[in-house]
Design a protein around this ligand. Structure first.
Ligand code: PMP
Length: 419
């Protein structure tokens, strides 16, 4: 079996040969490799080639692949049945753990993906406030629900317009550049009594990593409070990654609602939204805002998620952050020495190396980075067994499974790149 022939078979059956667009590697002008196995910090493709992983399923696997405690919990759960469609112990335990670590999540609802979490949080904010409009940031990605596809980041940003989304749906989405508090203030001044919520990636990860400027999140908090709008932190990437309690712990700002995904499922399909009791009690069956799910609170995902969160409590976040910073600083130095301008964004165990000589604080600046150079870098890193997201507008993740030797090998690979 080889990736090339599998890709040919996949192309006949799936648009682009994939089940999620970025995987096709179109933006680096390459073909995907098909993965067969993963353990710790490593992936193996179907041809037996080994890679040091910096994608980790796009974020969920902060402990690395097949963490023994997570694996054991998932196996044990499967042995008790894969899905009940009924309440179970695991969902109570995971919800208690999440609420303990992220106190703003007084109540929550489990769903099966980040998309479902944000889509439901928006519906709840609208149902709670009785307002339709909401503010979203250009280049933030909140999953693929219609309303969020306006100026979305990640792969959605590469699609011209929003075909398939009715104009009326998008007309309620008010856009602002990330980090531009004045633009948000103007929306509130013009339509303050119609704005249900502001949704934001508190540290953006879908236009490359973009850090919030000092005062930006506090400013959003203040505007939402002033105008009676709901502040939603989309922590699908940042939750349990930027700090045990996510971006809200790291930056000390408390949102009204939070959306989670990825890490809280330990690699199994999961999402979650939650926040203030007063708002959450508008959800059916207590209130009238409807949302449901056949696999919601799935016992295997709950068990893997709980085991992940418990293991993370033993992990040294500051140490991983320091190692990640050292890695990214050195990577940038290596590439700069080859004559390429590089701007590094890094927070916790997430980073992006932008081929740019200017800082990146929003989508407009991210969009100006040199994607051609990124493509050359990506291909040569892959060829040397360094697995990076196949687009310059994504972030890379380190994990607690990476060793110093893995980072050394990564640096050695970067030294060998030729432009
Ligand atoms: N929100 C953010 C911030 C994300 O990064 C993503 C996915 N990368 C989503 C929501 C959607 O999550 P999912 O892919 O699980 O639907």
């Amino acid at each position: 079996m080889d990736s090339k022939s599998l890709y040919a078979r996949a192309l006949a059956l799936m648009p682009g040969g994939v089940n999620s667009p970025l995987r096709a590697c179109k933006y680096v002008n390459a073909e995907p490799v098909f993965i067969e196995n993963a353990k710790g910090a490593y992936l193996w493709d179907v041809e037996g080639r080994k890679y040091i992983d910096y994608v980790f399923s796009w974020g969920p696997l902060l402990l690395g692949h097949q963490d023994p405690a997570v694996n054991a919990a998932a196996h044990e759960a499967v042995d008790h049945g894969s899905s009940y469609g009924a309440p179970c112990l695991g969902e109570v335990l995971l919800a208690e753990e999440i609420s303990r670590i992220i106190p703003s999540m007084e109540m929550m609802r489990m769903v099966s993906s980040g998309t479902e979490a944000t889509m439901s949080a928006l519906r709840l904010a609208r149902g709670y406030t009785g307002r339709n409009k909401f503010v979203k940031f250009i280049g933030n990605y909140h999953g693929h629900a219609d309303a969020f596809l306006a100026a979305a980041g990640s792969a959605a940003g590469t699609v011209p317009g929003t075909p398939g989304v009715p104009e009326e749906v998008i007309s309620h989405t008010l856009l602002a550049q990330y980090n531009d508090l004045d633009a948000v203030r103007k929306h509130f001044e013009t339509s303050g009594d119609e704005i249900a919520c502001v949704i934001v990636e508190p540290c953006a990860g879908n236009m490359g990593l973009v850090l919030p400027k000092e005062g930006f999140l506090q400013g959003l908090r203040d505007l939402c409070t002033q105008y009676g709008a709901v502040l939603i932190f989309d922590e699908v990437i940042t939750g349990f990654r930027l700090a045990p309690g996510g971006a809200q712990e790291r930056y000390g700002i408390t949102p009204d609602l939070t959306t989670l995904g990825k890490i809280i499922g330990g690699g199994f399909p999961v999402g979650c939204y939650g926040g203030k009791r007063e708002i959450m009690e508008h959800m059916a069956p207590v209130g009238g805002v409807f949302q449901a799910g056949t696999l919601s609170g799935n016992p295997v995902a709950m068990a893997a998620g709980l085991a992940t969160l418990k293991r993370l409590q033993e992990c040294d976040y500051p140490a991983l952050e320091a190692k990640t910073k050292a890695l990214t600083d050195e990577l940038a130095a290596i590439l700069r020495a080859k004559g390429k301008p590089v701007y590094v964004a890094q927070a916790g165990s997430a980073f992006t190396l932008y081929f740019s000589d200017a800082p990146v604080t929003n989508m407009a600046e991210s969009g100006r980075c040199d994607q051609t150079t990124f493509g050359i870098y990506w291909k040569q890193m892959m060829a040397q067994g360094i697995y990076l997201a196949p687009a310059g507008f994504e972030c890379a993740f380190t994990s607690f499974a990476h060793s110093d030797e893995d980072f050394e090998k990564t640096l050695a690979a970067a030294r060998a790149v030729e432009f």
